[in-house]
Design a protein around this ligand. Structure first.
Ligand code: ATP
Length: 363
């Protein structure tokens, strides 16, 4: 499953048909991908989809059963980790507890026999880069989890590698620190201009940080695209459901661009595909319109409200349409609710614009 790169830019890192079997279990089933120089790529997918295995293969920490890896024009498929050109950061900070912060950051430089003065200058530069210029004499235990991860990144960058590998670097941190570090890591990555691969199962992390997201499912790439492409034009029900909240419903195509969902008929967007027979339609909770919607509004239907969750800047309303078993959700902004307050048991007229109601042909 070679994914074409429409830009025509040759990859800095090229993975060709990477397969990995653990005994009889196929963890990677032929993954091909080009990572461009300087971009931040996220491997995103549910637990067990193979994203960590793929990262470990790129690092040489795991050997692929078959397939080729080329970095900066050089075949590294069979090189041991020490001979590859990358820095890596794991989920748990993995700093050496008995070394000072400066010694931790200098670790790779010492290994490469860099003179002391050069090492010290580089360490200072890196500590400043990650925003902890005075932390050199401290020890890991004196830093917070978020600070330790910043040091781990400084250490990974010390030898100026061509590639930065981040394996769920934020998942051990609490939500607020995680949100702040996302922005910090992204801005640091852009300043340094280093090609970076980030493994995550957190869709918000992927959407907010990546140049491109690689969505994986059961050892295969399901879709590659920019965050906007992945969110607005998911290639499959799996991607629609995994990235962002979605309403996904079985439907029947009647004529071109028209679907029957339960007792309702809607106009939809088929994205150029032929709408025929059984399909699935999907729309995002924020695509549901309520303000000014009447029976004359195209693609509208009467809804019964089941649940209302107040979430600050918006409310998530669970509702049902006539003849449709499945509960659906709408995210209503304060503006949407200017003229009414949704309450459980109440009724409401909802509409989804045709260009927001999209069709997936059933697999
Ligand atoms: P998670 O987010 O849970 O780490 P992941 O997408 O990173 O998930 P991997 O760790 O890459 O998934 O694992 C992919 C599959 O391969 C899983 O089903 C896992 O159980 C299996 N697997 C991974 N390493 C081994 C191993 N050393 N031996 C046997 N099976 C393995």
């Amino acid at each position: 499953n070679v994914i074409p790169d429409s830009s025509g830019i040759r990859g800095f890192l090229e993975l060709t048909d990477i397969r990995k079997d653990f005994g009889t279990f196929a963890a990677l089933k032929g993954v091909s991908l080009e990572v461009r120089q300087g971009e931040l790529i996220c491997f995103l997918g549910p637990s067990g989809c193979g994203k960590t295995t793929l990262l470990r293969i790129i690092a040489g920490l795991e050997t692929q059963t078959s397939g080729r890896i080329v970095q900066a024009g050089k075949d590294i498929s069979r090189l041991p980790p020490m001979k590859r050109d990358y820095g890596i950061v794991f989920q748990s900070y993995a700093l050496f507890p008995n070394l000072s912060i400066a010694e931790n950051v200098a670790y790779g430089l010492v290994n490469r026999g860099k003179p002391r003065a050069e090492r010290e200058a580089r360490v200072q530069e890196l500590l400043a880069l990650v925003g902890l210029p005075d932390s050199g004499p401290k020890f890991p235990a004196q830093l917070s989890g978020g600070q330790q991860q910043r040091i781990a990144i400084a250490r990974a960058l010390a030898t100026s590698p061509g590639l930065l590998l981040l394996d769920e670097p934020l998942s051990a941190l609490d939500a607020r620190v995680r949100a702040r570090l996302r922005g910090e890591i992204r801005s640091l990555q852009q300043r340094v201009g280093i090609t970076t691969i980030l493994v995550t199962h957190d869709q918000e992390e992927a959407l907010s940080m990546a140049d491109r997201i690689v969505v994986m499912k059961q050892g295969e790439i399901e879709q590659i695209g920019t965050p906007t492409e992945i969110y607005a034009r998911p290639a499959s029900p799996f991607v629609a459901d995994f990235v962002g909240k979605t309403n996904l419903l079985p439907a029947q195509c009647t004529v071109e661009n028209r679907v029957q969902v339960g007792e309702q008929r809607f106009e939809c967007h088929t994205n150029g595909a032929t709408c025929k027979g059984a399909v699935q339609v999907f729309f995002r909770p924020e695509d549901v319109m309520v303000r000014g919607v009447t029976s004359a509004t195209p693609n509208s239907a009467a809804a019964v409200i089941e649940k209302v969750e107040y979430l600050g800047s918006f409310s998530r309303v669970t509702f049902r349409l006539n003849g449709i078993e499945q509960p659906l959700t709408a995210d209503l902004s304060l503006n949407d609710m200017a003229e009414f307050t949704p309450r459980p048991g109440g009724t409401l007229r909802v509409a989804v614009p045709a260009d927001r109601l999209r069709v997936f042909a059933n697999a």
